[in-house]
Design a protein around this ligand. Sequence first.
Ligand code: ZN
Length: 465
Amino acid sequence: MRHVRVRRSLPWLSLIALGLAVAPVRSAADEEDDAAEVRYRVRTDAALERMTVEVCFAGPPPRSLGPGIDRAGPALLDARKGAQALTVRRGRIDTSGLSDGDCLTYRVDLDQARRASRFSNRQGVDFVGSQGAWLWRSRRRPPDHATIRFDLPDGLRVAAPWPREGDGYRLNRSAFRRPAFVAFGRFEPIRVSSHGVDAELVRLGDGWDFTAEDTTAWLRTAIEGVSTVQGRFPVSNLLIVFAPGDGSGVGFGMVRRGGGCSVGFIVGRHSSADALRESWVTWHELSHLQLPPMVQEDAWLYEGLATYYQEVLQARMGVQSPEQAWAALRDGFRRGARGRERDALAVEAENMHRTYAYQRVYWAGTAFALEADVALRQRGSSLDEALRRGARTWRGGPGVWRSERLTALLDRSFDAPVLGPLRDTYARRVAFPPTAALLERLGVGRGGRLRAAPLESVRDAIMSR
Ligand SMILES: [Zn+2]
């Protein structure tokens, strides 16, 4: 779900160097007997250099605990049950001597842990990274139910995307299987509740040129724009973390869904309020939330949908004109079609982090989103409407989806399947989709110039609120 730039400059190499986060799929092995319920209690020092975590089990403890990110193993300093030191082997704590109801305590070097987490960032005391770098758990039987509480020194806060429970948070299985952005520091969170979402935003470090009010305005506009699709924001809880970068505007973004939805953005410290509002990365990244997590071979579909809405939402919100949005889509199709055609689109999507066939995968998927939207609108519905219906099933639910199941669900509203057959055609096709005829029927010409055409009312409705 991470964002890659497909429209302007392409810092591919730096992106690839940062590494990839690929969603795991639940397998039969996940469905073992219930794991013990686990309670975590987290303390840190004031400088956020060390973390001490107490873990208590209600039920039989697992045989060992390890980090969610294997590379974080060396960050473990020690582990004890009371005064008794527990054996640690390659970063894993041997818990075979523990009984039902027992607790243990372990300590983690946070700087080392953070370096094990991809897309982590530290600004003075403040830092963000994945919980997999400091949350030790059973690899074989991650808990179904866990709670976590943070007892931090005065002035320090945590920002996590998990549902609140009591004075802490509730962790579901995905919090132990997938990364999230979790931030610690001296920040003052910005909170906005509107369009069905409770959103929290934190900015790491000092020296931001734009104010908290500018940030709140950006967040409100983003929520409003994204909500034009389903009539509400697609998820109920959201954490956004701004890490500072050079220059101006939102430069990079990435969605993570471990236990709840979080989005990390790299934002230029010197951004103006206008530069923030006009950054297309915002619209692309938040549009990923319209769909549930999906497997890598469906990256063409979820990246295509996000790329489509990144243009559509900017037009709906007046950030760009409909002509500019159509020009961007037309340009993208042209660039996507220039890529070398090697394999079926689903295979290209599966391999894109190795082959760098991003342009082709993203823009073929965008063509799918447009073709699907037009087909649905000709039947009196729309892609917006289909997503609104589908989200009732997947919102807040567990599991990773496949496009076959997704399109079958969305097709239930129609007499005959619309999206399923289109999905099959796209997933299997080697050639770049033929977009010229569709743009012709929509009356979209060079440079996004619009003219009278059979589908002009459909065209204009897409970019309208
Ligand atoms: Zn994306």
